[in-house]
Ligand binder design. Structure first.
Ligand code: ADP
Ligand code: ZN
Ligand code: ZN
Length: 661
């Protein structure tokens, strides 16, 4: 009897046994189709056996072995197994998450192998000579090319980190290895993709991100897996792409929150990349101008190498001058202070460009009644509806609910309704009114919903047919515009006093990044931050371009509060249609946790920051441990207990290393 043990995408930990029919011989790592209930499912063979605990008459036969996909290499399968164990998810689900949609289908056509990219000898960009700092960083990584060697590349914006990555990738290719290049959001960096392609003409490069069509994604995945693609450039999902000859991993903007997935397999692509480098015994380069505090601490304590680029690569590109506008004295009208308007006018007169940055996270215009204080709230969420003036609608940014803007207050009938808070649209309108004749464009999720819309706006900036760009964090990274010399930050104070323990880290990094947009070339840049707290140490550190001072002070706070990286967290989240049930479930879960013999601290269950979402009541329970070694076995036992408990009326999930707590 030949048995194949197959991991399937079902909410159960165990693998399932199937009889292997005559003539088939799937190896460990093979993708197969098996009957499951009345359907067929794609799974991966995790083991072979000569007998099964399942009685022979109940064993079903394996239906198919895909032969257009070679079995996953041992190391690539181990990576998936690590993710399953670490994030407490079934292996089949991890496999499912790692496969492009087309390859998850049990009934699909054979996919023909295609060359990974037309290896046309494109315009070769001759590499510039490395600066001494770049050369040193490169040498530091090369020192450990044949072993696990994590290096933090801490380099200010424009210091030439990308150039360092490209040279290291060149080294990996020269050694006959594949390279994995991860970026937070590929949609925003078409410039990068063409930079990589023109740097390596004739090298097979694939992009892997969710904007690709299903066919393209399958082809890219297969090319990476077969080793035809030598460079994989992708977003977090690419962290799991199989690459049998992987020799180098680059994680650009390693601090970026979008490396963390917030549903299903809640993995951090950055952390998985480091683990992957360890399994493969290769270097991993984590680059950022504002490293995450976890990575900074690892470098400080010598667990990671540290290479620093302290100056901009282009000799005459200077860091921008950052100033505070004290909004207690210079009161903004419609969000705009006098100082900012004056600076904008001066730029227009000099035919230079400006960026007005609206930190929309947590601050959007809400319709408010001046007579009775009624304001627009979502009926399904504990959140305010956000006013979208142009569409004449109010929208919930959490569940998508929409309503027409009422003509009169639903509470008291007064017509005196007005928006409070600044959104990008309101700022755009206020700028238009204050600066007649200025050419203004807005970039946010709404204005860029149409495919190509963002590229169109950015082309306007590049062609200097625009004076002012108004936008959200979508504008913070990646783009290089030589004529852009002013950045105005309209409102970021709310993030100073957020309950989220990462809020100030995020704010520092966001401000540093938007500031980095100013004065990338010859013109010196200026950044104006409107604030009620001009003396706040976080703003002072941004103005001094002193990441290390900010990071060291923040780490000290984290140490005192025993938060990451000085502790390890997991969050149990629950939601239910009925008030109280989610909290009751978490109270039972807390009792169960206390009964387990673990060295973990169990917090009290509390309502989630967004207490109602899409009609569900939500609550959360945090657990904390001094080390991963203490947390992991506890989580395994706890999860097993919770699985047993079930509770059909409550949906729950476990988030290991949550981003918010
Ligand atoms: P980062 O990734 O750190 O933001 P980039 O690699 O994009 O920085 O480099 C910023 C600018 O400096 C780019 O215009 C790049 O072409 C240029 N640059 C990078 N390295 C060098 C170098 N060694 N010599 C000259 N110019 C360089
Ligand atoms: Zn009213
Ligand atoms: Zn809602």
């Amino acid at each position: 009897m030949k048995i194949a043990r197959v991991a399937l995408d079902v909410p159960l930990e165990q693998a399932f046994d199937f009889l292997v029919p005559e003539g088939l011989d799937p190896a460990r790592g093979s993708l197969v189709v098996v009957p499951f209930g009345r359907t067929a499912k794609v799974g991966v063979v995790v083991a072979r056996a000569a007998r099964s605990d399942v009685p022979a008459e109940r064993l079903r036969e394996l239906a198919k072995v895909f032969d257009d996909v070679a079995p996953l290499a041992a190391r690539d399968l181990e990576l998936l197994e690590f993710c399953a164990a670490y994030y407490q998810r079934p292996l089949g689900e991890v496999l499912h998450a790692s496969l492009p949609p087309r390859l998850r289908q049990a009934r699909r056509r054979v996919i023909k192998a295609q060359p990974a990219s037309a290896p046309a000898p494109g315009p070769f960009v001759a590499p510039v000579e490395a600066t001494p700092a770049q050369a040193q960083a490169i040498a530091q990584v090369l020192e450990g090319f044949e072993r696990f060697h994590p290096v933090l590349l801490a380099g200010i914006t424009g210091s030439g980190k990308t150039e360092v990555y490209l040279r290291l990738i060149e080294q990996a290719l020269a050694r006959g290895r594949q390279a994995l290049y991860l970026v937070p959001e590929i949609g925003l960096t078409p410039q990068l993709e063409s930079r990589v392609r023109s740097r390596f003409p004739g090298v097979a490069i694939v992009a892997a991100h969710s904007h690709l069509g299903e066919g393209e994604r399958a082809v890219a995945w297969l090319a990476a897996h077969a080793g035809r693609a030598r460079i994989v450039l992708g977003t977090r999902l690419a962290a799991l792409a199989p690459m049998p000859e992987l020799g180098l991993i680059v994680v650009d903007e390693e601090h970026d929150p979008s490396y963390k997935q917030h549903e299903g397999l809640r993995y951090s692509a950055r952390d998985v990349a480091v683990r992957r480098a360890q399994l493969a015994a290769i270097p991993v380069v984590l680059g950022s101008a504002t490293p995450s505090l976890e990575t900074w601490a690892n470098a400080k304590q010598g667990r990671y190498g540290l290479a620093e680029l302290r100056e901009r690569a282009l000799a005459d590109a200077k860091l921008p001058v950052v100033r505070m506008v004290d909004t207690r004295a210079d009161r903004p009208i419609e969000g705009l202070s006098d100082a900012l308007l004056r600076a904008l006018r001066a730029r227009i007169a000099r035919r230079e460009q400006s960026l007005v940055f609206v930190n929309r996270r947590g601050f959007s215009p809400v319709l408010f009644c001046r007579s009775c204080a009624w304001h627009s709230t979502c009926t399904r969420c504990s959140a305010n509806l956000v006013l979208h003036q142009r569409a004449g609608e109010m929208r919930c940014h959490h569940c998508g609910h929409r309503e027409r803007v009422p003509a009169r207050c639903p509470g008291c009938g007064s017509p005196d309704l007005a928006p409070v808070g600044q959104g990008t649209q309101r700022i755009e309108e206020a700028l238009g009114a204050a600066l007649p004749g200025a050419r203004i464009a807005r970039v946010d999720r709404d204005s860029t919903a149409r495919k190509g819309a963002l590229a169109d706006v950015l082309a306007l900036v590049r062609d200097e047919r625009l004076d002012i760009l108004v936008g959200t964090q979508m504008l913070a990274k990646g783009h290089d515009y030589p004529r852009l010399t002013l950045v105005g930050v309209v409102d970021s104070d709310c993030a100073l006093y957020s309950v989220d323990f990462r809020a100030s880290e995020r704010l520092f990094s966001l401000l540093t990044q938007v500031a980095g947009r100013a004065g990338r070339a010859r013109e010196p840049g200026e950044v104006l931050i409107q604030t009620d707290f001009p003396a706040h140490p976080l703003y002072a550190a941004v103005a001094a371009h002193d990441y290390a001072a900010f990071a060291d002070a923040s780490l000290e706070e984290r140490r005192l509060a025993r938060f990451p990286p000085f502790a390890h967290l997991a969050m149990l989240r629950a939601e239910s249609k009925h008030a109280g049930e989610a909290l009751a479930f978490l109270r039972a879960a807390a009792r169960l946790a206390q009964g387990l013999d673990g060295k973990v601290e169990i917090f009290d269950p509390v309502p989630a920051p967004l207490e109602r979402k899409a009609g569900f009541e939500r609550a959360q329970l945090l657990v904390r441990a001094a080390s991963r070694g203490a947390l992991q076995p506890f989580l395994r036992a706890w999860k097993a207990g919770l699985d047993e408990k079930g509770g059909r009326r409550v949906r729950w999930s476990l988030d290991v290393d949550p981003q918010e707590a």
